[in-house]
Design a protein around this ligand. Structure first.
Ligand code: MN
Length: 284
């Protein structure tokens, strides 16, 4: 049976919700997404891109890396492929009203059989390459077309201590539920306060003159290494720090300490040709 978006579209009023209307997209991708959805009841929507749509299950407790916990998964209507990165708030009173967060995403590989045959048999075996979810899984139909179980297989990615509530931010934008609801743009700010979230709202940004100089963010010594879902970490390369101010094709460069270094790197005047903007500041 070919897959269809008719039920998805029938349930929604696209003049009121910002969800994508969508058409089947047979380009044959193999992405998966997990959306945390604060609807009437909290659940996680688990979607596999198959046969031009996102075949979808609603999992009340969410997926897990723990092979000992089987998770009830209700098979729901197919969603358009364009739903893959949907994040935002569905208005109250509309179908699925509530906040949607992209909780995990990536690609998957079917382990055997075709998508159509796996769905017909009621057994979809696959492995995930996501940010938070990895390794082998199976979705298995039980009593009716609606009732399925998501099962984590025992492999290197399995984690009996997995606790879903420790992951409370979007893998797409880094936002918390509250930040999604406030419509805060997904932009990292160096001026955030501890625990206040890493986001600034560009909607309230004001025009101003191009700055002549700026004090770049610098690494700080800490007493202890740490890990935190809200931080991005990178290797510290050695070399020269340089801030380039590009303004209408003209490039001015300063060192980390604010000294003009235009005479030292004349070859870098060319970088304005590689930046598709009238004005930009590059910290590199
Ligand atoms: Mn949902």
């Amino acid at each position: 049976m070919p897959r269809s978006l008719a039920e998805y579209q029938r349930k929604r009023d696209f003049s009121k919700t910002s969800e994508p209307k969508g058409v089947p997209d047979p380009s044959g991708g193999n992405r998966f997404v997990v959306q945390k959805h604060w609807a009437t009841r909290l659940h996680y929507d688990f979607r596999l891109e198959m046969e031009g749509v996102l075949v979808s299950w609603a999992i009340p407790k969410g997926p897990t890396l723990n092979p000992a916990e089987r998770r009830l998964a209700a098979h729901v209507e197919d969603h358009p492929v364009g739903y893959y990165d949907f994040e935002g708030t569905i208005p109250k009173g509309e179908y699925g009203g509530g906040t949607v967060m992209v909780w995990d995403w990536g690609t998957f590989k079917l382990e055997e059989s075709t998508p159509a045959e796996s769905m017909r048999r009621g057994e979809v075996k696959f492995s995930l390459s996501g940010v938070r979810l990895k390794g082998r899984y199976a979705l298995v139909r039980t009593r009716s077309d609606k009732d399925w179980l998501l099962i984590k297989k025992k492999d290197e990615a399995a984690d009996p201590t997995f606790a879903i509530e420790t992951f409370d931010t979007s893998v797409k934008t880094g936002r918390t539920k509250e930040e999604i609801e406030q419509g805060k743009d997904a932009v990292w700010s160096s001026r955030r306060e501890e625990g206040a979230g890493g986001l600034i709202n560009l909607a309230n940004a004001e025009n101003g003159p191009m700055p002549k100089t700026l004090d770049p963010m610098k690494a700080q010594l800490g007493d202890q290494a740490f890990d935190n879902d809200r931080w991005l970490f990178e290797v510290k390369w050695d070399g020269v720090r340089l801030i380039a101010f590009i303004d209408e094709g003209k490039v001015l460069m300063q060192s980390r300490a604010g000294r003009s270094v235009d005479a030292e790197y004349p070859q870098l005047q060319a970088i304005s040709r590689f930046v598709n903007a009238k004005q930009a500041i590059i910290d590199g």
